[in-house]
Design a binder for this molecule. Structure first.
Ligand SMILES: [Zn+2]
Length: 359
């Protein structure tokens, strides 16, 4: 365990500046607000994520680079942290204008290379999943339309430099260890500067919101459903072990006490799984019924997001043997396997929030 007290805000920003890292806050049309892109003033001049594909985002990217004495044309390397459109939309445009290399984790290369087609497949799989878990057909139709309209903020990306998990990306002034940390998306990649104790983590860990482990199509195209929350918790356990002093997130402020923050998140997921178990133990329910019981109307307006949350936590309960799935007229219902009281479910995060004992 780190013996250091978390850095003060002033100290944090001093360390980030000394590391030659500039934060560019690029507007997005999404509820999450601006996305943080990071400029590494190093050789090669490197941009991490580029913002969504819009004229407004491109203008701001140009202006913010200019304020730091750079132009898009000066960029030599663009790194993509994951497949979401608020991060990848401008990558191709920026790379074309600058001639920069584009680096991304190898597993995401086919997906971003066929962005439009694969997003369509992803939506089809999401629609099937929503119908199977009880979301009404007309709602699924509306959501598909919304998703299609959002797609214009994305773009395909041609990756010229695929990265392997665990490899070291060397710049003149730093070494970054490439860490594949799936969960929030199947391609979440963190970049670890061990010398400075700085992790560039994008949406893997965000200070003010818990990252949604969105259910997503398997990147190998297998059609198999990933256990997004289970994967996410495993990824967080690895990040928890890092002696990181500063974590730079894809949205919001830097994280300086990641162990405490990750433990908070583990506790939240444990509580939420217990709540969901209580509902399922009362009576067997579909995923949509659970989401409605927990979040009311939000389960309607944010149907896919809330269903992802429910299924993620039910995965934890199924893996621990407390809940099973039963299919009835092509509708999936969840039921308790035994009469275990909710307070006796035990630790569903399996050791994740007991890290203190490991020292
Ligand atoms: Zn994301």
């Amino acid at each position: 365990m780190s013996a250091h007290a978390p850095l003060t805000e002033e100290e944090t920003w001093r360390r980030i500046t000394e590391a030659g890292i500039q934060t560019l806050r690029i507007p997005t049309p999404f509820a999450v607000g601006r996305v943080n892109c990071y400029l590494l003033e190093d050789d090669p001049l490197t941009l991490i994520d580029a913002g969504p594909n819009s004229g407004k985002a491109l203008d701001e990217l140009e202006q913010q680079l200019e304020a730091l004495g750079h132009r898009i044309e000066d960029l030599e390397l663009v790194i993509l942290t994951h497949q979401h459109i608020d991060h990848l939309g401008l990558v191709d445009i920026v790379a074309r204008r600058s001639g920069a290399e584009v680096a991304a984790i190898d597993v995401v290369v086919p997906f971003v290379g066929r962005f439009g087609e694969d997003s369509e497949l992803e939506d089809e799989q999401a629609a099937e999943l929503m119908l199977a878990h009880g979301i009404p057909e007309d709602m699924v139709g509306v959501l598909a339309t919304v998703s299609r309209s959002f797609r214009a903020w994305g773009s395909k990306v041609t990756v010229t430099r695929p990265l392997r998990d665990g490899e070291t990306l060397k710049l003149a002034g730093r070494s970054l260890e490439v860490q594949l940390r799936p969960g929030h998306s199947p391609s979440d990649t963190c970049f670890w500067d061990a010398e400075r104790g700085i992790l560039i983590a994008a949406d893997h860990l965000i200070k003010h919101i818990s990252s949604n482990p969105l259910i997503s199509r398997a990147l190998d195209g297998s059609g198999e459903r990933r256990q997004a929350l289970v994967e996410y918790i495993e990824s967080l356990k690895l990040t928890r072990e890092l002696p990181a002093e500063i974590i730079l997130a894809g949205h919001g402020e830097p994280v300086t006490d990641h162990v405490a923050l990750i433990d908070e998140r583990f506790a939240l997921h444990q509580r939420r799984a217990e709540k969901i178990y209580r509902l399922i133990a009362e009576e067997s329910r579909s995923g949509y019924e659970v989401a409605q019981a927990l979040w009311g109307n939000v389960a309607v307006t944010q149907a896919f997001l809330t269903l992802s949350e429910v299924i993620g936590h039910v995965d934890l309960l199924i893996n621990a043997g407390h809940v099973r799935e039963r299919e009835e007229d092509s509708l999936v219902r969840f039921e308790a396997t035994a009469a275990t009281p909710p307070e006796e479910l035990g630790d569903l995060i399996s050791g994740g929030n007991r890290g203190e004992e490991k020292g």
